[in-house]
Design a binder for this molecule. Structure first.
Ligand SMILES: Cc1ncc(COP(=O)(O)O)c(C=O)c1O
Length: 244
């Protein structure tokens, strides 16, 4: 039986741990770029699951692929091999031009993995090469390390002590970045296009200059494309637009 909005709000308030402020709308289903709520009201979906549903709702090839796979194997842990996983990694490597694909459960986990890879790589040269530089107004996730990487103090409040080694620069300010970098820099981590901060694009050659500074100090450059990637900028990855 379809419950009313009131029933759902009451049930939710009793049992669901609130971590976001939400609109008082109970969504039921979608089709393409449209959504319908519990009362049959239609909406144009400008949010796309916070920029996740790039193919829209109820897209038949996607629904078929997911349901066909669910009929075969729903999950098998990473202790075994599967063909879809190998195929997906090969596709991502081909599209990115990078060497390997890591699968995570969320953007935060991807960034957490990137931070760990950068630190582990840097530590072989110098255990103190651990500085991670990120931008003010960035958003990188809600785990302890990624909220520390997030350059917005409001996300840090109440969670201290935070992990050491994170410092912030103003996005697009190459002089400030240069003044903070040294051989102790393990990585610079930026959204290729800032999302949560207000959709800020990189100024001319900013990212190329960031790349050059990373090369100079043997630091890794991490692009967080959780929001800007997978076609949303017009290229598959947004960094392709900026020649980096
Ligand atoms: C740029 C960016 N990085 C990371 C994240 C975190 O992703 P997730 O919510 O999947 O952990 C987000 C989420 O909006 C994001 O916009």
């Amino acid at each position: 039986m379809q419950e009313t909005d009131k029933d759902i709000f009451e049930k939710d308030a009793k049992d669901y741990l609130p971590v976001f402020n939400r609109y008082k709308i109970v969504l039921d289903h979608g089709e393409g770029a449209y959504l319908w709520d519990n009362n049959g009201k239609k909406y144009l979906d400008f949010l796309g699951g916070i920029a996740v549903n790039v193919l829209g709702h109820d897209y038949e090839p996607l629904v078929t692929a997911i349901s066909e796979q669910a009929k075969k194997l729903i999950h098998c842990s990473n202790l075994y091999y599967t063909q879809p996983q190998a195929d997906a990694a090969a596709k991502l490597v081909e599209l990115s031009g990078l060497d390997k694909a890591f699968f995570g459960n969320s953007g935060a986990e991807a960034n957490e993995g990137a931070i760990k890879i950068a630190r582990k790589y840097a530590h072989q040269f110098d255990p103190e090469k651990s500085q991670i530089i990120t931008a003010w107004d960035s958003f990188h996730g809600r785990t302890i390390a990624t909220l520390t990487a997030t350059g917005q103090p409001k996300y840090h409040e109440g969670f201290g002590p935070l992990p050491d080694g994170f410092e912030y620069v103003h996005y697009n300010d190459i002089e400030e970045l240069e003044s903070m970098m040294s051989e102790k820099t393990a990585a610079v981590m930026l959204e290729t296009i800032q999302g949560e901060g207000g959709v800020y694009t990189p100024e001319d050659n900013y990212l190329k200059k960031v790349r050059a500074l990373c090369d100079k100090y043997h630091a890794l450059l991490i692009f967080d494309e959780i929001q800007a990637g997978i076609g949303r900028s017009g290229k598959f990855f947004a960094y392709e637009k900026y020649g980096v």
